[in-house]
Design a protein around this ligand. Structure first.
Ligand SMILES: NC(=O)c1ccc[n+]([C@@H]2O[C@H](COP(=O)([O-])OP(=O)(O)OC[C@H]3O[C@@H](n4cnc5c(N)ncnc54)[C@H](O)[C@@H]3O)[C@@H](O)[C@H]2O)c1
Ligand SMILES: [Zn+2]
Ligand SMILES: [Zn+2]
Length: 393
């Protein structure tokens, strides 16, 4: 089959690889109909390159039709239309019973000290082949799927595997009080959905980014936006001016390691990304490659006693956290990978034909798998209006 493979820092290619086969009775094989490129794939594309293997199949936002099932896949059947959550979880361990699916004790990647295995997500998360391919093997398939109705277009459900529940969890973790104000930092696909969800939940929402077409897209939804480019280090004051001088109740960081305002760490990140894997790994674990610009601005702008929710992925440990400020301001901080299936029942009612979250028109690009290399480049450079890219195998 054809698959999008990682070949090196800033290099992906479409290759012929062996078709996946059932390996366990709990495996299923999915024929992929739609798979997206995610902001998290950009971390693998460059900053986390040290943890990738040449030839790894990328992709963790997959939907399709069940092609084959093992003997222990529960009620999953050939022909079912499904979305595949980005994390692989068993549904019956101690963590899964508590709906902490990203911590599943059956699939935890213990030799790396990380949580549940993820599709297409480096050695840190089990190096499981991903879904940017014609077919996907789904381990723990008895639980790692969401059944979808036939009828509506793929677009309606294409974001259930990751960014829609991720944005939802981010907003819930932000703990916005009734009638309160939520600032969303970063208006990539995750931040964009978070703005729409926050408004749907009845909050005042203010979105922040620096990329003109991303700001415009959110503004077109009738949501207030602030351009980071206009305010720079005065962003906190600009947001306080809009929120009675006190600051917002809650800030949701949807930026993560892509923060664009710390040239020194950018350089380290680049250098580490380009070292050969075995050399770069220890450097990266010790030195950390975080660019914490967005997090610092969240700590600055949130009101005293407010909540910060982190959705953007941070790696590395060296960047000092401003503990004094966090403590003095009595800030609550919540974060983590999204426990996808925890939120599906809440989200499904919003995926009807009236489409209040605008899923049907959310993608900016729908491309054949072959165009993945150019699509990755364009998405990283953020110059061609590539906000959400679907690949159609
Ligand atoms: N927690 C999870 O389970 C989960 C799941 C999916 C994605 N993510 C993470 O969420 C983050 C966002 O994903 P995405 O696909 O929307 O990514 P993206 O890279 O498309 O969007 C990030 C946006 O942040 C903006 N930005 C950069 N620096 C900023 C700053 N200092 N202040 C405000 N905005 C800034 C960029 O211009 C960009 O538009 C990534 O870190 C991704 O890894 C987490
Ligand atoms: Zn994703
Ligand atoms: Zn489990």
């Amino acid at each position: 089959m054809k698959a999008v493979t990682w070949q090196g820092a800033r290099s992906v290619s479409v290759e012929e690889v062996p078709d996946p086969v059932l390996q366990q009775p709990t495996d299923a094989i999915i024929k992929v109909t739609t798979t997206n490129i995610c902001g998290s794939d950009l971390h693998l594309y460059e900053p986390l390159a040290a943890f990738m293997g040449k030839g790894d199949v990328l992709g963790h936002e997959t939907m399709g039709v069940v092609q084959e099932v093992g003997s222990e896949c529960g009620d999953l059947a050939v022909g079912d239309r499904v979305s595949i959550p980005f994390q692989i979880s068993c549904g019956r361990c101690w963590m899964c019973e508590r709906q902490l699916y990203t911590q599943c004790e059956t699939t935890q990647v213990r030799d790396q000290g990380t949580g549940a295995a993820l599709f297409g997500f480096s050695k840190l998360y089990g190096e499981v082949p991903g879904g940017q391919a014609e077919y996907l093997r789904v381990p723990q398939a008895q639980f790692t799927h969401v059944k979808l109705p036939d009828g509506p277009p793929d677009d309606r459900f294409a974001y259930l595997s990751d960014i829609l529940p991720t944005a939802w969890q981010g907003v819930v973790y932000a703990g916005v009080p009734d009638g309160g104000t939520l600032v969303v930092l970063g208006l990539g696909p995750v931040g964009d959905f978070a703005c729409r969800i926050g408004r749907q939940m009845g909050y005042r929402v203010i979105g922040v980014d620096r990329v003109a077409d991303r700001l415009e897209r959110v503004r077109a939804q009738g949501i207030e936006v602030v351009d980071l480019e206009e305010h720079g280090s005065g962003l906190g004051d600009a947001v306080r001016d809009l929120t009675g001088g006190r600051g917002p109740d809650s800030v949701l960081d949807c930026v993560g390691m892509e923060a664009h305002d710390s040239p020194v760490t950018t350089l380290v990140q680049k250098a580490v990304g380009l070292l050969p894997g075995a050399l770069a790994r220890p450097v990266q674990e010790k030195a950390g490659v975080d660019r914490l610009g967005a997090l610092y601005s969240a700590i600055d702008m949130v009101r005293r006693g407010g909540t910060i929710s982190l959705t953007g992925v941070y790696g590395g440990v060296a960047d000092p956290m401003p503990m004094l400020t966090l403590f003095d301001k009595q800030i609550q901080l919540r974060m983590g990978q999204c426990n996808v299936k925890r939120w599906i029942d809440d989200i499904m009612p919003l995926l009807g034909d009236d489409d209040p979250l605008g899923c049907d028109t959310f993608a900016t690009h729908r491309l054949p798998l072959d165009q993945a290399p150019e699509a990755y480049r364009a998405f990283q450079e953020k110059t061609g209006g590539h906000i959400k890219i679907q690949l159609k195998p």
